[in-house]
Design a protein around this ligand. Structure first.
Ligand code: PRX
Length: 644
């Protein structure tokens, strides 16, 4: 367990110190970990945002799993590390102690090495939320291989893209996944993906659903066949602080997802530090984050952060509404969860069921409740506070990103103030600034602009895999400091409110989608000539996807075509990227230089067309009225084909 912030005065003092003497501040935290060799004297951080070239704990040697296991086994070897709650509440859950998890990780590490996995190899993990997924991640970290977890809802094409981008040698998957009432044939998706890749030598398949799968001889092996005979002791590989720990792909404003790279030392220090401070985790607490390990939240706050501080972390395989919309609250009571961390989308979806599903659960154990991934509207914030937190739990509205590795702006539970829909204040060590469009820092309070971070922090992105220029151009070139892609307001009290993305990224249910990425997928449909995708407000999902498409109808009905287009996106990216609305349009409003005027499309999408501004300079102003007129066809055109 790390030393925590204890009161408001302590927060203010630590924040101040962290700005005045950042290196001393971070050294003080890093010293609480186990380093095989400490970082070089006076080299806590070396940085240059022009590169960018950022190194933390320079020449320090460590293994993150040694900090999870060996550092802690004497004190809490018998403590539960993971409580696993299956999709089906009638199936028996699992409680895995630190000692047991250690053994599972050692065995799988030996098995991986037996398969020829070496330090630096890339391994794709495409798995359901089962403890073996955590074991797979930790074993990669232990042998020094670089894991890249791909959310198991992504399509074969998306999986293949990621495998090819990082030239993965191994894929770890399952036979199938349980999700609500469905069983998803995951191994089948892997097989499809591997038709389009060349680097994968081995596929390790963990049995979950028991479904029949095709095992390719010489390539596919069962998890148990290699783990059962493996030894239960394993000497962790020595990693440099700056060695790659993992790659996680995320969407950006261009078509291709980018591989965000995190490194061993800085990520370890920051995830543990932010976890125990933000949630004010105490030794006997039961902590539950409902994210999927396919996203950064699952990496940092189901696996690494909690396990590094010896926490008990709940891992839930299912979905919030299965078999009933009180499932989350049932699990809170079942395990006496103390800290509960979820997404605003889930809160809004459950709020929509009213009080009935929640009222029979006492949820007395809860001390802290949190949100992540998207702005939370005031109404959902108050509902969460009153009905889940029963009016007594602070809400930590945590702002951060895949690229930041951990929470940067958030209340410290019970210590710093909360404010509905505000992420509030930066953690000590974090220096946010708001800049205008020319990059001038807007000092003082009551300002709004683009959110940047002007000093490095240990868990920040190091590069985008295989394309360092892209990392520089996306995050650093514009202002010379780290640009988040978000706009924010600092109010009269100095609290930060995140306003949303300023780039072409849509945040659907807390998941980032690039508009260009969705457009590319839509354009794969043979009848689509051109498309423009925008986000529009949605009561539950935060934002939903609206696609304007020019099509060559070729005798199809509009309704058939919109359904086909959605299916195409589902197949190319995955169901989460399917547009909510596809409008077939005669043309797209464009400037004379050919740029699509998304501003106009956004207004049309929300039916706010009274004041579209000056459209006379468009290349094709007449198309705007045609699109408005045809908007009334949208609801009929978008009816699913199987429903009348
Ligand atoms: O726009 C911000 C939004 O989610 C983006 C990051 O998405 P991703 O990398 O997928 O990571 C999500 C989980 C950390 C941000 O640029 N976002 C994240 N947290 C918040 C938020 N917007 C408002 N409030 C938040 N608490």
């Amino acid at each position: 367990m790390l030393a925590k912030i204890t009161n408001l005065y302590d927060y203010i003092q630590k924040y101040h110190n962290s700005i005045q003497h950042p290196e001393d501040f971070w050294a003080g935290i890093a010293e609480q970990f186990f380093w095989r060799k400490k970082w070089d004297k006076n080299k806590v951080v070396e940085w240059d945002f022009d590169g960018p070239d950022v190194k933390w704990f320079v020449n320090g040697k460590l293994n993150i799993t040694e900090n999870i296991f060996e550092r802690n086994l004497y004190t809490h070897g018998n403590k539960t590390a993971i409580i696993w709650e299956p999709n089906d509440p009638n199936e028996k859950g699992r409680r895995i102690s630190y000692k047991e998890l250690y053994e599972m990780v050692c065995k799988f590490s030996n098995a991986l090495e037996q398969q020829g996995v070496k330090k630096g190899d890339r391994i794709i993990i495409y798995m359901p939320m089962i403890p073996e997924a955590a074991v797979a991640m930790l074993a990669c970290a232990r042998v020094g291989a670089v894991h890249s977890v791909v959310f198991a809802g992504f399509s074969a094409a998306s999986l293949a893209d990621r495998i090819n981008d990082c030239k993965a040698k191994v894929v770890i998957t399952s036979d199938g996944n349980f999700r609500g009432s469905k069983s998803i044939p995951v191994k089948f998706v892997v097989d499809e993906a591997l038709d389009f890749t060349e680097s994968v030598e081995t596929v390790i398949v963990c049995k979950r659903t028991g479904d029949n799968v095709n095992m390719v001889s010489g390539r596919d092996i069962w998890w148990n066949d290699i783990v059962d005979p493996a030894g239960s002791k394993h000497e962790a590989a020595e990693m440099d602080s700056e060695d790659m720990l993992f790659i996680l792909y995320t969407s950006g404003s261009t078509g291709k997802p980018k591989g965000v790279v995190h490194s061993c030392g800085g990520y370890m220090v920051y995830t543990a530090y932010s976890f125990c401070n933000v949630f004010q985790y105490s030794a006997d607490d039961i902590y539950w984050c409902t994210a999927d390990i396919g996203w950064i939240t699952g990496h940092s706050y189901i696996i690494y952060g909690p396990l590094l501080v010896g926490a008990t972390t709940v891992m839930f395989e299912g979905i919030p509404t299965y078999p009933h919309p009180g499932r989350f609250w049932e699990i809170v009571d079942k395990y006496n969860v103390n800290q509960f961390y979820t997404a605003p989308t889930a809160i809004r979806a459950l709020q929509a069921y009213g009080q009935e599903p929640i009222k029979s659960f006492v949820m007395e154990s809860l001390k802290v409740i949190g949100t992540v991934g998207e702005p939370i509207n005031e109404e959902a914030w108050h509902w969460y506070h009153a009905h889940v937190g029963k009016g007594k739990c602070p809400i930590v509205d945590t702002w951060w990103q895949t690229e930041t590795g951990g929470i940067l702006i958030s209340p410290i539970a019970g210590i710093t103030p909360t404010k509905p829909s505000y992420a509030t204040l930066p953690l000590p060590g974090i220096q946010p600034v708001i800049v205008d469009k020319d990059g001038n820092e807007l000092k003082g309070n009551s300002v709004e602009g683009n959110l940047c971070i002007k000093y490095p922090w240990p868990a920040m992105i190091r590069t985008t895999y295989g394309d360092h220029d892209r990392c520089r151009e996306t995050y650093f070139s514009k202002y010379g400091i780290y640009f988040t892609g978000d706009s924010a307001r600092r109010d009269e009290d100095g609290y930060y409110r995140i306003m949303g993305r300023v780039d072409d990224v849509i945040n659907v249910s807390g998941h980032r989608m690039g508009t260009a990425e969705i457009e590319n997928a839509i354009n794969e449909h043979p009848r689509v000539v051109e498309s423009a995708v925008i986000g529009f407000p949605h009561d539950i999902k935060g934002e939903a996807i609206y696609a304007f498409t020019i099509c060559d109808m070729d005798g199809r009905t509009r309704r058939n075509l919109t359904n086909e287009i959605k299916a195409t996106v589902g197949k190319i990216i995955g169901p989460i990227a399917k547009p909510d609305i596809v409008q077939i349009v005669p043309g797209l409003p464009k400037t004379r230089s050919g740029k699509i005027m998304r501003r106009i499309l956004k207004k049309i999408a929300v039916d706010d067309t009274d004041d579209l501004g000056d459209i006379s300079t468009l290349l094709n102003p007449e198309v705007v009225q045609e699109i408005i007129d045809e908007r009334e066809l949208v609801s009929d055109d978008n009816r699913p084909l199987d429903k009348k």
